[in-house]
Design a protein around this ligand. Structure first.
Ligand code: GLY
Ligand code: MN
Ligand code: MN
Length: 450
């Protein structure tokens, strides 16, 4: 059983203090950084969506309550790190949930000083006074950002009484470069998310039967996530037959037929870190010959891309490796004609493979961080985490694809972290080899389900 304390609004403090120190070094004594937790969102009437703080805020603070503002103000009299948050409130805590309060912010979250969020406005002038640069997010919490900028203008117009910053620097790029390189503690959290995600996919392979609905298979996944105290990192995609060709299919509404392949793209989130796995398997437990031919091409592309993921390689080397294998397969199996290089050059493969092979993964499933520096692809470094997710999608009516491949959507997605000499696959607990998938599914069928 995993430690569930995050459900009580407490992130274990791992590298949070070191991250704040790094940010403080960038900000310096001439600057001040303000990072607000994004607001709660209403779902309907008096029901809100479950709260998930913005990843930048959580990354720096580990604090998971709404209505909070972190301040990094090196050399400030009350301390370098201030946290404004909700006061404790007996009534609210009975109805809504426990709060850390400013006392908890100092005792558990490393704040040098902490204050009632309602007093933030009174502190702002003092925090800005005499600092040359304001570091703030741009577009993450628009209301907060506008408020601060309006107040800054007002202070400036008041003339000699205060000297607010005259330079605004986006925090986004600074924090996102930090987030791009995962620490060992972050990789451990990602491993947990990946392990539960993998177990859920394996459970779905064992549970599937012809006639089940896609949402019932989603329920198997979500049961496994929740038994580990996790929730999904993004809405799960469960698409059988032609639905597997709809890249972001989340209706999950159809019955799954004997003879269909089902594509599941689903991942759990653990303490703010995402898993992101796709597996594709036959609803009746056995690949047809045509399904297997196409499946083995996608699997080979996934493996070639993982082999290409090494430190020092440009990030798009991973995509190029997958693309070559996919296009060779498309030509060999007769879905496309012509020379492999020419098909790549003219992008004729795009009717069957229309997405990228990788995205960064971390706190956000499509994680932050630039892919290019100017015109150049950035080079992979140890600690960078990305997905590897080649796919092939053949719609019914495709003019160039033989009919036996129609209504087939296949993707095989793993999460990897770059190491000193290659990469580590976090999602290897769920099989992807077709024979191994069939063997696991056979266990499920003899054992009577998940
Ligand atoms: N699950 C979203 C993606 O694979 O990019
Ligand atoms: Mn992905
Ligand atoms: Mn995915």
């Amino acid at each position: 059983m995993r430690d569930q304390s995050h459900l009580r609004h407490q992130d274990r403090q791992t590298d949070h203090a070191a991250r704040r120190r790094r940010l403080a070094q960038v900000v310096g004594e001439n600057g001040v950084a303000l990072i607000a937790a994004t607001p709660e969102r209403n779902r309907n009437n008096d029901v809100d969506y479950p709260y998930r703080p913005n990843s930048d805020f959580r990354y720096l603070t580990g604090f998971t309550e709404p209505e909070a503002i972190a301040v990094i103000a090196p050399g400030f009299e009350a301390g370098d790190y201030l946290l404004f948050c909700r006061e404790r409130d007996v009534e609210q805590e009975i109805w809504v949930g426990r709060r850390a309060g400013p006392e908890g912010a100092m005792a558990w979250y490393g704040a040098d000083s902490a204050y009632d969020i309602d007093d933030f406005d009174d502190w702002l002038a003092k925090l800005l006074d005499g600092r040359q640069r304001l570091y703030i997010t741009l577009g993450t919490h628009k209301e907060f950002e506008h408020d601060v900028l309006r107040r800054m203008e007002k202070l400036r117009s008041q003339g000699r009484r205060a000297t607010p910053p005259n330079e605004i620097v986006s925090l986004d790029r600074i924090l996102h470069e930090m987030r791009l390189r995962k620490s060992a503690a972050e990789v451990d959290l990602m491993r947990e998310a990946a392990a539960t995600s993998a177990r859920a996919h394996a459970a779905a392979m064992r549970a599937v039967r012809p006639g089940m609905h896609e949402y019932q298979l989603a329920a198997v996944l979500h049961y496994e996530f929740e038994m580990d105290g996790m929730s999904w990192a993004y809405p799960s995609i469960v698409g059988a037959g032609e639905n597997a060709c709809v890249l972001h299919y989340i209706e999950n509404a159809a019955p799954m037929k004997d003879g269909d392949l089902v594509l599941i793209d689903a991942g759990a989130e653990y303490r703010g870190y995402a898993g992101d796995i796709t597996r594709t398997f036959p609803v009746n437990g056995r690949f047809t010959a045509a399904q297997r031919e196409l499946y083995d091409v996608v699997l080979a592309a996934n493996r070639a891309a993982i082999d290409a993921a090494r430190p020092g390689e440009p990030v798009n080397a991973v995509h190029q490796a997958a693309l070559h294998v996919l296009v060779e397969g498309l030509v060999r199996l007769g879905l496309l004609e012509g020379d492999v290089e020419d098909v790549i050059e003219t992008e004729r493969y795009r009717s069957f493979f229309m997405h990228g092979t990788s995205h960064w993964i971390g706190m956000d499933v499509h994680d932050v961080g630039d892919y290019k520096s100017g015109d150049e692809w950035r080079l992979l470094e140890p600690g960078m985490a990305l997905t590897v997710e080649p796919g092939l999608y053949v719609q019914a009516g495709s003019e160039t694809a033989p009919r036996r491949f129609w209504n087939t959507g296949i993707r095989v997605e793993d999460d990897i972290v770059i190491t000193d000499d290659g990469c580590d696959v976090l999602t290897s607990d769920v099989p992807k080899d077709a024979d191994e998938i069939e063997a696991l599914m056979a266990q499920g069928q003899s054992g009577g389900g998940a």
